[in-house]
Design a protein around this ligand. Structure first.
Ligand code: FES
Length: 109
């Protein structure tokens, strides 16, 4: 397996109702992850270049859903299903992380 050019970690952490930290699952991270997989499925030119991984908590739960992209270590916060196509086009293909969706430096940076 080739080393991917981009490795995308999508937080899919869930916590019990009422948990003080909440979770990305409370903010529809499941549909965000599914959209990442759908987009990749429909971009066969990216197979082997982009790897999508569902992950547990990566930190700023209150700002989720969180998505972390390496090698840039660029973190997105509050990602919505409709943002995913743009992240593919502009960041994963175009190499230009979307600054307007960037996680606040208070949480990552
Ligand atoms: S639950 Fe997703 S960042 Fe903590």
């Amino acid at each position: 397996m080739p080393i991917p050019e981009k490795h995308v970690f999508v937080c899919t952490q869930a916590r019990p109702p009422g948990h003080p930290r909440s979770s990305c699952a409370d903010r529809n991270c499941g549909e965000v992850f599914e959209e990442f997989m759908w987009q990749l499925q429909n971009r066969p030119d990216l197979f082997g270049k982009v790897l999508i991984t569902a992950t547990g908590c990566i930190g700023p739960c209150s700002e989720g859903p969180t998505v972390l992209v390496y090698p840039e270590a660029f973190m997105y916060g509050g990602v919505k299903k409709d943002d995913v196509g743009r992240i593919f086009d502009e960041h994963l293909v175009g190499n230009a992380p979307i600054q307007s969706l960037k996680m606040s430096e208070e949480f990552w940076g």
